[in-house]
Ligand binder design. Structure first.
Ligand SMILES: Cc1cc2nc3c(=O)[nH]c(=O)nc-3n(C[C@H](O)[C@H](O)[C@H](O)COP(=O)(O)OP(=O)(O)OC[C@H]3O[C@@H](n4cnc5c(N)ncnc54)[C@H](O)[C@@H]3O)c2cc1C
Ligand code: FES
Length: 261
C-alpha cells in the first residue's frame, strides 16, 4: 500500500453517466492487482469522509485508471478534475480476485453497472478466456462490451428496460447458459455489482457446488481497516464473525458471506 500524489493524465466521459480518470501513479500503479481498489481524496469535499473508494479498472506501467459513475456529492465534484491536477491516492487496497482459475473450470464474470471495471482488469490478467454476463438498467449502463470481445471473451447482455440484450435481470441469460452451454465444464464465478446480484450469483454457485468470488460494495470511512464503517457478517472456520470489507475483502467467496435483509 502507498499514499501517492498523482497527476491526472486524462479524464474523459464514457457515455452520458460514466467517466474514465487516468492517473499517473508511478509507485502505486505497478502494485495493482484485479479486484483491489484505491481510495481517492476529493479535495473539494468539506465533510468528515474526504475519500471515496474506486475499483482499479486498468493498471499499465505508471498509469492507473478508474471508471466511475456520478451518484452524489463526491463523484459530482470529481467531474471538475482537469489534466495535470494533483490527486492524493491511497492504494492499492484490499485482497483482490484469485487469478488462477482451476484447469477444469470456465471463468464466468457477472457484472452490474460500474462493476464491470474490476472485471475487465481481471479478464486482461487471466490466462483463460470465458464468458461475461453484464446487466444494467439501460443500454447506456452496459460498458466495455467491445473491449471484452477483443480479449476473446463471449459476452451476454441484459437490461431492465430491454434497450440492449435480453430484457430482465442478468441472471436470465446466466441461467439459460448454465442449462445449455456448460457441457460438463465447471463454472467459477467472479462477480461485481449490487448486493442482490451478488447474492443471486452466490446462491447459484452454492447450489451447483461451484465457487463464486464476490466483490462487495460498502460505504467506507478509513479504507484501511481502522474505523469499522464497512463491516460485513461472514462465516470463518464455521464461526459467524464480522469482516472489514476494505481490508479482509472486498472479495469474499460466496459461502463465507452471511446476507442480512
Ligand atoms: C470497493 C469499492 C469499489 C468501488 N468501485 C467503484 C467503481 O469502480 N466505480 C464507481 O463508480 N463506484 C465505485 N464504488 C462506489 C463509489 O465508492 C461510490 O459511488 C462513491 O463513494 C459515492 O460517493 P459520492 O460522494 O458521489 O456519493 P454520496 O453523496 O456519498 O452518496 C450518493 C448515493 O450513493 C450511495 N453510495 C455511496 N457510496 C456507495 C457505495 N460504496 N456503494 C453503494 N452506494 C453508495 C449513497 O447511499 C447515496 O445514495 C466502489 C465502492 C467500493 C466500496
Ligand atoms: S472503511 Fe474503515 S474499517 Fe473499512
Amino acid at each position: 500500500m502507498r499514499i501517492e500524489n498523482g497527476t491526472i493524465v486524462s479524464h474523459e466521459p464514457m457515455g452520458p453517466d460514466y467517466r474514465v480518470l487516468i492517473l499517473k501513479l508511478p509507485e502505486l500503479a505497478p502494485l495493482a492487482r484485479p479486484g483491489q481498489f484505491v481510495h481517492l481524496r476529493i479535495a473539494q469535499l468539506h465533510d468528515a469522509v474526504l475519500r471515496r473508494p474506486f475499483s482499479i479498472y486498468k493498471a499499465e506501467g505508471s498509469h492507473l485508471s478508474i471508471l466511475y459513475k456520478t451518484v452524489g456529492r463526491g463523484t459530482a465534484s470529481m467531474q471538475d478534475l482537469r489534466i495535470d491536477d494533483p490527486v492524493n491516492i491511497v492504494g492499492p487496497l484490499g485482497n483482490g480476485f484469485p487469478l488462477d482459475v482451476p484447469d477444469t473450470a470456465t471463468p464466468v464474470l457477472v457484472a452490474g453497472g460500474y462493476g464491470v471495471a474490476p472485471l475487465y482488469f481481471l479478464a486482461k490478467r487471466m490466462k483463460r478466456r470465458g464468458v461475461l454476463f453484464i446487466g444494467g438498467a439501460k443500454a447506456i449502463d452496459i460498458l466495455l462490451v467491445d473491449d471484452f470481445l477483443e480479449l476473446g471473451w463471449e459476452v451476454q447482455v441484459a437490461t431492465d428496460d430491454g434497450s440492449l440484450g435480453v430484457k430482465g435481470l442478468v441472471t436470465a441469460p446466466l441461467d439459460a447458459w448454465l442449462q445449455t452451454s456448460l457441457k460438463g465444464a465447471r463454472p467459477e464465478f467472479y462477480a461485481c455489482g449490487p448486493n442482490g446480484m451478488l447474492k443471486a450469483v452466490g446462491d447459484r454457485a452454492i447450489k451447483g457446488d461451484w465457487k463464486a468470488w464476490l466483490s462487495l460494495d460498502r460505504h467506507m470511512g478509513c479504507g484501511v481497516g481502522a474505523c469499522l464503517a464497512c463491516v460485513q457478517k461472514v462465516r470463518l472456520n464455521g464461526q459467524e464473525t464480522l469482516a472489514r470489507v476494505c481490508k479482509d475483502g472486498p472479495i469474499f467467496e460466496a459461502r463465507d458471506v452471511i446476507w442480512e435483509d
